[in-house]
Design a protein around this ligand. Structure first.
Ligand code: ADP
Length: 386
């Protein structure tokens, strides 16, 4: 086994230096790994926690090639990266996890849905198209009726690039770009879970969480663990995610978002080949965190236990509407008096409406108790500008 611990010769390169990278660095520092991070912003959240910081564009072929040249292992904390360069680095003997082919497949929602279809994984009925004219033709052919959901093939993130189409006026708003349309799910619960597969092919799943969304921003506001589902449904969701990581053959973590429909059916909505907002509460609530699990998986180590220690709720701290500029965390001191509250600030100096600035995880004896604390935190702590 290669020795990555306390070594100056074995470098781990991370593409992306945002909050996900910052939380990965908490573990790389604990393990004493040599890290190098690439991000376009000089004051990215990762700029100070790594051994080497490189300012540059992870979507640019030459920049990624130069960045990866002296790395032994490369990973990502964002999926919008130059996969051509990662493939070339892989062919030159670098360990690139998750594998660039898988990142490429997931980057495109049409290819992702096709993968589910080819592997008999349950997902909303759908079809893909190259442009709007083809969409209209296929709608007739498949007798697809309103309402439905439109998604851009690439470039979507946090609800952008997704539209619910309810009438003819909505239909007109669909841009003339490649995409897919799918059936509008009768959602009862939106759940997610982080699963992992290591180099030896071992897999493990964290407990499914339930997500609740902000009505305006269409962004996750709270995450609850465990999800309020029967043992059978929780197990079914875990098995689905494990089957997906197995079929993809991914090395690293995979976050899988799913719908539990009113008729009890589970559909895979989408997945992300990286650590994920829905898994942040694993830091305090589980024996191993998603960040440690990812590093274990990509470095060839055994996976850690995913067992839940205590029920937990995570609150996303996002910029208040009406405030743009240097950030000020109003009520942070008062909030810290809450028992079992773990505050994470991402190190972003500027706030703007709905920007993800941090999160707070609340653990308690029961989920209800953690939920009450989370609601209180949301009331006390506000992300404003000075
Ligand atoms: P993004 O990649 O932007 O996160 P998602 O595919 O996760 O996009 O969609 C964002 C949200 O839109 C989902 O969390 C869900 O609330 C809603 N949504 C997406 N697809 C469907 C669907 N087929 N039926 C009902 N709601 C959906």
């Amino acid at each position: 086994m290669e020795n990555y611990f306390s070594s100056k010769d074995k470098k781990l390169g991370i593409l992306g230096g945002g909050q996900l990278g910052k939380m990965l660095l908490d573990i790389t520092r604990r393990y004493d790994l040599y890290t190098k991070v690439l991000d376009p912003s000089a004051d990215a959240p990762c700029a100070t926690g790594c051994k080497e910081f490189v300012q540059g564009n992870f979507n640019d072929y030459d920049t990624v090639m130069a960045f990866g040249a002296d790395c032994d292992v490369l990973t990502i904390e964002i999926e919008s990266v130059n996969t051509q360069a990662l493939k070339e680095l892989q062919s030159r003997g670098k360990h690139v996890f998750p594998q660039p082919e898988i990142v490429e497949l997931i980057q495109n929602k049409v290819l992702q849905k096709q993968f589910y279809a080819d592997n008999q994984l349950p997902t909303a009925p759908w079809f893909g198209f190259k442009n709007k004219a083809e969409m209209k033709k296929k709608m007739e052919k498949h007798s697809f009726h309103l309402p439905f959901v439109w998604k851009a093939a690439t470039g979507g993130y946090d609800g952008r690039g997704v539209m619910v189409i309810r009438n003819m006026a909505d239909l007109e708003k669909i841009p003339d770009i490649p995409g897919l349309i799918e059936e509008l799910a009768a959602i009862q619960h939106e759940i997610a879970l982080v699963a992992a597969r290591n180099q030896a092919g071992r897999v493990a799943a964290f407990p499914p969480v339930e997500m609740s969304f902000h009505p305006v921003a269409n962004q996750v506001e709270y995450v609850f663990c465990p999800a309020k589902l029967s043992e059978t449904k929780l197990e079914e969701a875990s098995q689905l995610a494990l089957s997906l990581v197995d079929k993809l053959g991914i090395v690293g973590v995979l976050a899988v978002e799913m719908f539990v429909n009113q008729n009890g059916e589970i559909w895979i909505n989408e997945c992300a080949p990286r650590v994920h907002n829905s898994g942040h509460l694993t830091i305090e609530a589980c024996i191993t965190s998603q960040f440690e699990q990812h590093l274990r998986a990509i470095l060839g180590f055994p996976l850690g236990s995913t067992q839940l220690i205590r029920p937990a709720v995570m609150v996303n701290l996002t910029g208040e509407e009406g405030f743009t500029g240097p950030v000020f965390y109003e009520g942070a001191e008062k909030m810290l008096a809450t028992e079992g509250a773990y505050m994470h600030l991402y190190g972003k100096t500027e706030t703007r409406p709905f920007r993800k600035m941090g999160h707070v995880t609340l653990t308690a004896e029961t989920l209800e108790e953690a939920r009450e604390k989370a609601l209180k935190v949301k009331e006390i702590l506000k992300v404003k500008s000075v």
